[in-house]
Write a protein that binds this ligand. Structure first.
Ligand SMILES: [Zn+2]
Ligand SMILES: [Zn+2]
Length: 134
């Protein structure tokens, strides 16, 4: 395979490029398969037809915002609305709004939100597209 940053051939088991020091798979300038320069933003290498390896695209959702929402408004499911988990969000919202009928509803929603809060902090919850939070 080739370094995606500088196009130098690198060993398959190499973790970083010995030429430029960039981590394997990082960079978008060169094809990892044939080492040819890629057109900016190309999804496919025009030289060999291989899909330019998907980069670990970051979510446009902010981790800190999600964590704060979970902490302060988590019982209302606001952080899940933010991350795009509509079903989960509505479930938490309903638990808080009408859960008081069974008394422990808001408590359950609160604990649930607290778990989400911790999961967000340790990067266990991506956004609803599966992209890691930025
Ligand atoms: Zn390199
Ligand atoms: Zn190629």
């Amino acid at each position: 395979m080739y370094c995606k940053n500088c196009g130098t051939q690198m060993a398959d088991e190499a973790v970083v490029c010995v030429n430029c020091g960039v981590a394997k798979g990082a960079g978008v300038a060169y094809c990892h398969n044939c080492g040819k320069e890629l057109a900016p933003g190309a999804a496919v290498c025009l030289a060999c037809g291989v899909a330019a390896a998907p980069q670990a695209r970051k979510s446009d959702k902010n981790k800190l915002v999600a964590a704060l929402l979970a902490f302060f408004l988590g019982g209302l499911g606001i952080h899940n609305f933010y991350l795009g988990y509509k079903g989960k969000a509505i479930a938490q919202l309903l638990l808080s709004l009408i859960g008081w009928i069974i008394v422990i509803g808001p408590l359950v929603a609160g604990i649930w939100a607290l778990i989400d809060f911790v999961m967000i902090l340790v990067d266990k919850i991506p956004d609803s597209d599966g992209k890691p939070l930025s």
